[in-house]
Design a protein around this ligand. Structure first.
Ligand code: ADP
Ligand code: ZN
Length: 603
């Protein structure tokens, strides 16, 4: 079978995307590859199709045992012979899979990295021809990265133990450092590199000033993504629990997920998110890697992520199906203060702290930019692009103002507290001084005697918080471990009038739109009334069918396929095969029922 024939027959797709065909041909001819492609780019086909086409079994190394089951189900549903081996299985189950492997009855076998080091597993692999090794989530070898897995380091032995078997390493992490670590640690120096564009044009990036984050999040979800599946990322377990509860109290089907929960509860939360429709999971960054759910419609951050790399991975989990999705974040002064303090207080060595500070600075630059967010993001990954038209700064360009004098007032307050009083205070007290507030703390410290007392009454407290935040973000101010403000080496230039400052005016967040009368999934919002009605019918059929078969709904059909069905209304099985995502096996399994829902003549 040719790769193209496999694409049509199993996956039901007409054409390869971008570099898929090149990568597949490269592997089919027995060569190694390193593939950098964004989430949703279509990495899985790059090793699945060569494994189907080449003789022998493709061995897939994947770090997440909990997700292997669904990955294998998704393949079986399209008629690919796949199985997995991991510690969640009984000995009998494992034995059965081993038999299938020895008899050459598997196209793909998923294994966890730690198992490959085991002698019996290596002997098993030797007992039957291997088509290829695919190392998924290959950035897990990177010790400096955000998902380091020690077991990945030993995968270098694949090259020594099976020198003739082609290997492909895949990741959605795009930095040059990660790439070179993958190449050196996995002994892939000879491998051809395939680097795709990391743009995800269907994701709309938005960063909003934080004032009442819970309400902001709620109105974002209610007005734009009612009934949609989404992920909300928060930094601490405690805030994960609080946000999840708050959303539930407001009629959103939300579950919490963090490392403090026991594994059974975590598994339940993940299953609910994968299997039911429209579930919102509130999680720490422990959640998400390897989650293949294609119809996540939004990813929200209620705390500032620690690096652009992490942020891009997390937001990339939205809209893998290519349909419109939103990456939304609230961010404010407290985030900057907390993270600067966290770095200061961390036990890490100096080199690591510097790296953390660099990562944070890049993240802050993204938050404070007045230019296109996407241009900023992609340039972080070394990619040039033009204004995208699908981010908040493109859609409503933020205005800026000359903040030089305001900055001088604030910096000189910090300066005077230090020089005249040998004192350092947090943002709150500093702003109270500027506004000339007569609080007890002001009276006790005689701060009303300072020459900067009350000189900032021309702008509001909110404005002062925005000024402080932007000075912190630009490293013109810094905080100590108590959250008190200090000048930096760069402050002098502003104080002495040698440097002008343009500051961003934070747009006021939109008032919540009224809830639509009937909450409808956002993916179908642009369809005609008739088509949307059919889309909803197909969706409820899919829900039932997924329950009956005990698989996640997206394994039956993706939203993208349902949309095509609703708009094209195929009349017979011939026309059904022209729909993207319907291959031979799905036609056989679901064709009749789908035609029935559509009300076609031929049933
Ligand atoms: P990744 O692993 O890179 O995040 P996936 O392999 O999960 O991406 O693919 C993302 C989505 O795109 C899946 O729903 C997949 O079926 C779909 N897809 C992949 N390749 C194609 C293609 N050539 N044509 C249409 N859809 C595709
Ligand atoms: Zn833009």
């Amino acid at each position: 079978m040719t790769p193209k024939a496999a694409l049509e027959r199993y996956y039901g797709y007409d054409d390869f995307r971008d570099q898929q065909e090149e990568i597949i041909d490269h592997l089919v001819s027995g060569d190694d590859a390193v593939v950098l492609m964004p989430t949703g780019g279509g990495k899985s086909l790059c090793y699945q199709i060569p494994a189907i086409v080449r003789g022998g079994t493709g061995i897939v190394i994947s770090p997440l045992i909990a997700l292997m089951h669904d990955q294998v189900d998704a393949l079986n549903v399209i008629g690919v012979r796949a199985a997995y081996l991991n510690s969640s299985q009984t000995r009998q189950e494992q034995y059965k899979v081993e038999e299938q492997y020895r008899n050459g009855e598997l196209d793909l076998l998923y294994v966890a990295p730690e198992r490959l080091a085991l002698d019996p597993v290596q002997r098993l692999i030797d007992s039957s021809p291997v088509a290829l090794f695919a190392i998924d989530e290959a950035h897990c070898v990177s010790q400096w990265g955000h998902d380091f897995r020690p077991d990945y380091l030993q995968l270098a032995m694949l090259a020594e133990r099976w020198p003739d078997v082609p290997r492909i390493a895949l990741t959605a992490t795009a930095t040059a450092e990660t790439k070179s670590e993958i190449i050196s640690k996995l002994q892939l120096n000879q491998a051809k590199q395939f680097v795709s564009s990391f743009d995800r044009p269907n994701i709309q990036y938005r960063i909003e000033n934080k004032n009442n984050p819970r309400q902001q999040l709620l109105s974002f979800i209610k007005s734009e993504h009612p009934e949609d599946a989404g992920i909300v990322y928060a930094l601490s377990r405690n805030s994960v629990d609080k946000y999840a509860q708050f959303l539930r109290e407001n009629d959103i089907n939300a579950v919490a997920y963090h490392a403090g929960m026991d594994s059974g509860e975590r598994w339940k939360a993940q299953e609910k998110f994968l299997r039911e429709e429209g579930v919102v999971v509130v999680a720490t960054i422990a959640f998400g890697m390897g989650i293949d759910k294609p119809d996540v419609r939004f990813v929200a951050h209620v705390d500032l992520p620690k690096s652009v790399e992490g942020y891009y991975q997390e937001t990339g989990r939205a809209g893998r199906d290519g349909l419109p999705a939103t990456a939304w974040m609230t961010y404010g002064l407290a985030d900057v203060v907390n993270q600067r303090q966290m770095i200061d207080n961390s036990e890490a060595d100096q080199a690591r702290k510097q790296l953390m500070a660099r990562n944070l600075n890049a993240m802050l630059a993204l938050c404070e930019t007045v230019d296109c967010r996407r241009v900023n993001l992609l340039s972080y990954f070394g990619e040039e692009s033009g204004m995208c038209g699908n981010c908040d700064t493109c859609l409503t360009p933020p205005e800026s103002w000359d903040g030089t004098v305001a900055a001088q007032k604030l910096l000189s307050t910090v300066y005077r507290l230090d020089r005249e009083r040998d004192q350092h205070f947090g943002a709150g007290q500093t702003i109270d001084i500027l506004l000339g507030k007569k609080t007890e703390k002001v009276a006790n410290n005689r701060h009303d005697q300072l020459s900067t007392w009350g000189i900032g009454q021309d702008i509001s407290e909110t404005d002062w918080r925005a000024v402080t935040r932007q000075l912190l973000a630009a490293n013109l101010l810094t905080v100590d471990q108590y959250g008190a403000l200090w000048l930096t080496d760069a402050s002098a230039a502003v104080l002495q009038g040698e440097r002008e400052l343009r500051l961003r005016i934070d747009p006021t967040p939109k008032k919540a739109m009224k809830k639509p009368k009937v909450a409808k999934a956002a993916v179908a919002i642009d369809l005609t009334d008739d088509d949307r009605e059919l889309f909803e019918k197909l969706r409820s059929w899919r829900r039932q069918r997924a329950l009956d078969d005990d698989v996640p709904a997206y394994i039956v059909f993706s939203d993208a396929t349902l949309r095509e069905l609703a708009t094209h209304r195929p009349a017979d099985s011939e026309q059904l095969t022209n729909i993207n995502g319907i291959g031979a096996k799905k036609l056989e399994t679901y064709g009749r029922e789908v035609l029935e829902v559509i009300g076609a003549n031929e049933i």
